[in-house]
Ligand binder design. Structure first.
Ligand SMILES: C[S@@+](CC[C@H](N)C(=O)[O-])C[C@H]1O[C@@H](n2cnc3c(N)ncnc32)[C@H](O)[C@@H]1O
Length: 237
């Protein structure tokens, strides 16, 4: 996943068109300030190319990001002058500093494979929270609301290029297998096709809730609507 520069760049262009990052960041900032009104610092874990992080950096006085993929982190670094962006694994990172809020957006947590990994990631994120800080994790879908056979499509024109993405998702045990095909038509070089298969774990509500509790957080689940999977919100006691 995102193992070279062109994959990271395609992700960046596609999702800027596909998602309303500013609105999502504002919604999560609302969840955070509703629980910690004086929250002034935020860490975005699995920040990708930093599109939410750019919006968070306008809302919070101090913001930082971390991502497993050096290619994604590099694009985030280029986007965000003055905002620290680290490379690291959400299961084990240690930045040696704390934040009023830690977020993990767009179901990035679903890329973890096991409950042990989920517990480790929530523990590592919690270690980066101040006392009474807020952890906000956007999960992947749950075993009982994932729709096998789900198809999504997206196409748009960006300058001299046409970009399209289709995906088809199936269920294999407690994992979603999402096959994604991209077709990019470039005015100069013609049409290129690429594909990838992503695996996202269908952790249960209880597995998320337990991970938060084991890390010493009070936890609640909130719906977001818009076909998105909601948020788990934790407050450090
Ligand atoms: C769907 S993208 C979301 C990126 C960004 N949050 C966004 O909303 O555009 C998933 C991200 O999770 C990152 N990721 C996957 N596993 C990770 C791990 N173990 N630790 C940190 N980041 C991880 C990937 O590199 C990728 O950037």
């Amino acid at each position: 996943m995102y193992e070279n520069k062109s994959q990271a760049e395609l992700y960046d262009r596609l999702y800027q068109d596909r998602k309303d990052y500013e609105a999502e960041a504002a919604q999560v900032a609302g969840f955070i300030r509703g629980r910690k009104p004086d929250a002034a610092s935020l860490l975005d874990v699995a920040c990708g190319t930093g599109i939410h992080l750019a919006a968070f950096a306008k809302i919070f006085d101090r913001a930082a990001g971390i991502d497993l993929s050096q290619w994604m982190a590099d694009l985030a670094f280029e986007r965000l002058a003055g905002v620290p962006v680290h490379q690291g694994d959400m299961r084990s990172f240690d930045l040696g500093e704390t934040f009023d809020a830690v977020v993990c957006m767009f179901s990035s947590i679903g890329y973890l494979r096991t409950v042990e990994d989920l517990d480790s990631a929530v523990r590592a994120m919690t270690r980066h929270l101040v006392e009474d800080g807020v952890l906000a994790i956007e999960p992947w879908y749950f075993p009982d609301n994932f729709l096998p056979g789900y198809v999504s499509t997206h196409a748009f024109k960006d300058g001299d290029q046409g970009i399209s993405r289709v995906s088809h998702s199936t269920r294999e045990g407690n994992v979603t297998r999402m096959e994604i095909h991209y077709v990019v038509a470039d005015a100069g070089t013609g049409i290129q096709h690429r594909s990838e298969v992503d695996y996202l774990t269908l952790f249960s509500r209880e597995e998320y809730t337990n991970a938060f509790r084991k890390s010493g957080l009070d936890v609640e689940y909130v719906e977001t609507g818009g076909g998105r999977p909601g948020f788990f919100l934790g407050t450090r006691k």
